[in-house]
Every structure is written in structure tokens, then in C-alpha cells.
Design a protein around this ligand. Structure first.
Ligand code: GDP
Ligand code: MG
Length: 177
């Protein structure tokens, strides 16, 4: 064998934003353990980690979950400062969470998030398709209007969650070169 250059490890801070109950903690648990728990798995202030191996780099995601401050509209900019990835999540079966996601996007793009942050719009709970209130087209249109990528997921079934994490890893890596 010729070269044995060690694979680089990059740290990537990921934050999840969106209304209470849309499934942020459940998505975090999916990313970290590929599990689902029906009780709300909010872990509090610490972050969870998940390592993703790409062909020439390893990404160590530090996934920050809220302790439910979003309920009281008291997320501080400290929470998402320095984030490499910001996921803005809504529940496809609850229209008001989609409106709230729009507000989040406006707020983030106005002041806090640097251009380098990978922002992704997530419509969660695709397993509740029968109760859908927000169409795929609406989600896609909002994302493209704001220059974000868009995915619909289900933390419950695991639909698209692995694919999403991998796509995020590629995006972050492209961003840092
Ligand atoms: P958070 O407040 O945004 O952190 O949301 P949670 O992760 O605590 O989830 C809120 C509720 O929605 C809990 O009862 C979860 O079990 C449920 N939930 C989360 N993700 C999904 C999903 O993809 N499908 C369904 N049907 N329920 C989900
Ligand atoms: Mg939570």
C-alpha cells in the first residue's frame, strides 16, 4: 500500500428548529440511534452525537435538541450560533406548524445564520399522510423560495431519515471543502 493518510474528522453542529410537537427530538433520536420512542424523547440541553463516514472524511454531527423552549418562544440565538446545519421542521398534518416554519426561516435569514449554514426544510410525519394539511408542493415551493433543500420524513417509520442524514453530511463536506 502506498499512502496511509488518516481520514479527517470534521465536527458539525446541527440544530433542529420548529414548533413544539413536530418531531424534532424524535428525528434526533432517529439520527443518533435509528430508533423511535412514542414518549417525547426530549433530552434537554446537551447534544447527541452521530458519526457519518464518507469516502474521504468522517463527520461527527453534534445534534442539539431543545428542552422544549420553543413552546414559550424562548429559543435564544445562542442555541443556533455557529451551527453548520439548521433543520427547520414542521408537521405535514398541522398547518400552523408550517406557518411557524416560515416565520423561523424569515427570522434566521434576517439576522442570525451565516451564509455557510446548510439549511434544510423538513416536513415530518409522512406516516400521517391521511391527515395531511400541507402538500408536498407547498413544502417544496417554500424551500425553493428561500433557497433551501427540502425533504419529507417520518421519524416514526424512519422514512427518508437515513437518506437525509447522508445528504446533510455531503452538503456540509462540500461547504468546507
Ligand atoms: P418535538 O417537540 O418537536 O421535539 O417533538 P417530539 O419528537 O417530542 O414528538 C412530538 C410527538 O409527535 C410525540 O408524541 C412523537 O411520538 C410524535 N412523533 C414524532 N415524529 C413522528 C412521526 O414521524 N410520525 C408520527 N406519527 N408521530 C411522530
Ligand atoms: Mg423536543
Amino acid at each position: 500500500h502506498s499512502s496511509h493518510s488518516p481520514i479527517r474528522t470534521l465536527r458539525a453542529k446541527m440544530v433542529l428548529l420548529g414548533s413544539s410537537g413536530v418531531g424534532k427530538s424524535s428525528l434526533a433520536l432517529r439520527f443518533v440511534k435509528d430508533e423511535f420512542k412514542s414518549a417525547s424523547p426530549t433530552v434537554g440541553c446537551a447534544y447527541l452525537t452521530r458519526v457519518v463516514h464518507l469516502s474521504d472524511v468522517t463527520l461527527r454531527f453534534e445534534i442539539w435538541d431543545t428542552a422544549g423552549q420553543e413552546k414559550y418562544h424562548s429559543i435564544t440565538p445562542l442555541y443556533y450560533r455557529g451551527a453548520h446545519v439548521a433543520l427547520v421542521v414542521y408537521d405535514i398534518s398541522k398547518r400552523e406548524t408550517f406557518a411557524r416554519a416560515q416565520m423561523w426561516l424569515n427570522e434566521l435569514q434576517k439576522q442570525y445564520i451565516q451564509g455557510s449554514t446548510v439549511m434544510w426544510l423538513i416536513g415530518n410525519k409522512t406516516d400521517l399522510n391521511q391527515e395531511r394539511q400541507v402538500s408536498v408542493q407547498e413544502g417544496r415551493a417554500l424551500a425553493s423560495d428561500k433557497g433551501l433543500l427540502f425533504t419529507e420524513t417520518s421519524a416514526l417509520s424512519g422514512n427518508q431519515t437515513t437518506e437525509l442524514l447522508l445528504a446533510l453530511a455531503h452538503r456540509v463536506y462540500e461547504g468546507v471543502g
